[in-house]
Design a protein around this ligand. Sequence first.
Ligand code: NOJ
Length: 570
Amino acid sequence: MNAPDSLWFKNAVFYELPVRAFYDWNGDGIGDLRGLIDKLDYLQWLGVDCLWLLPFYPSPLRDDGYDIADFRSVDPDYGTLEDFRELLDEAHSRGMRVLADLVFNHTSDQHPWFQQSRSSPASPFRDWYVWSDDPRRFPDARVIFTDSEVSNWTWDPAANAYFWHRFYSHQPDLNFDNSAVRQAVMDVVFYWLDLGLDGFRCDAVPYLFERDGTNCENLPETHAFLQALRREVDARYGGARVLLAEANQWPSDVVRYFGQTGAAPGVAAAPEFHMAFHFPLMPRLFMAVRQEARRPIVDILTQTPAIPDNCQWGLFLRNHDELTLEMCTDEERDYMYYEYARDPRMKLNIGIRRRLAPIVENSRREIELMNVVLFSMPGAPIVYYGDEIGMGDNIYLSDRNGVRTPMQWNVDRNGGFSKAPPERLYAPLIQNPIYSFQAVNIERQFQDPNSLLNWMRTLIQLRHRNPIFGLGAIAFLAPANERVLVYLRRLPKSAAPADLPGARCVLVAANLSRSSQAVELDLSNFAGWTPHEMFGEVAFPAVTTTPYQLTLGPYGYFWFRLDPPGGQFE
Ligand code: NOJ
């Protein structure tokens, strides 16, 4: 055990998956909970500590389940509540935890709350949504789905009024000014936590409240509600349940969602989320590799304020959405589009709808490099299903569906995903020669000791053996060669339990360029220490007071455990 149980998430490896895309147990062409249960052994083998399930609630699926029509059950396509309970039991019995996506900023327009709300001004649900006669209210709130929406207001002829929505116009925002809404949301949270769920990935949390004269994001009222939610969760379930914030914001705004350092002007400090995604880091990892320069990564992490010890960043390369460029400057965005989205079909809203492997042109070296950096940065890494084998995407599918195609298990019909006739699948499998299921699949890579899959597993194991990556501090070195990213991770003995396994000091060097690079490091503070390369357990020459010389192949990397003379740490 490397951290108190309540801090399990600080060192966990997360795995994000849509139930629909993972494995179809009943042969209807759609992945289901029983299918996922069948594949838990695989996820355990891979070393996953916690699953993050995309929304599985009943939904018209006009936003792939982020349009919830009933918060308290499972969409029949995926199974039953009983299946869900069994999934929790089976995951827990393998030492895995489960987070569910929860969307409480908005509902589907098919949700009975909205149907009643729109039915009459006298309805007790009228005030559960945000209605107005004037679609010019809140003019400073940006439109998020820029490719499909022109306004955050949509006219509803049934209600004879406009309703407010930050996303699709079939996703009306709930009115958090209404205490009945706040209570209903809390009750949904308790309902699932009572079933034994380990926590939630909370969708779209910056947008809960609206106020005139603001951009309606990150408002003090929103933070106050989130603090109340956390208070209730801690009070009812103790400390081990986890709330993970989806707040696609700049670092200085995101850290407020941890709550403890002062949530917002006028809101006293109190805990909100245990975890939050680091959105701005993600595009900069891709930028740095293409520019062959460490600066974008160093800059954004240097600008990132410290977070409380009992919180953690969620770090990711790709997820189920477009690779968002919202947290980029105009110049950075243009650069990313130019480099990574030359075909207009690759763009969506303010982002790039592609998977990891195709983005880096199926370069195994780049995939390894990016994961090595991700897994050694302060935070908990999140792997998107299929990226562990380098699955491809399909930019001819609409919306973000091209990165949500069926998991490729083997060379059987439908890639082993389903026994249904291929025409019946919820989405076609990837067919092209490079990424098709015949070429890229779990079974094949499982058998190949040199596969990406087996390499990812080794990476996960190394991360598990070295909790320093989740717990230690980071300090960047500034060697003259800008193409090489170098940082130290340190965990003073005083800051960690005596029985904590693994390294106490790690030096990471990552060559962000396509050509070999030499770099000289000033490690004079470590004179006499011995670097051990961690993937192969190979001792390198001891550090002296003269510059330490390293050469790295194209996209090469090192993780060095630095051992002090005599092996004694302070
Ligand atoms: C963020 C989710 O990740 C995305 O898939 C969804 O469309 C929006 N929130 C709206 O719920």
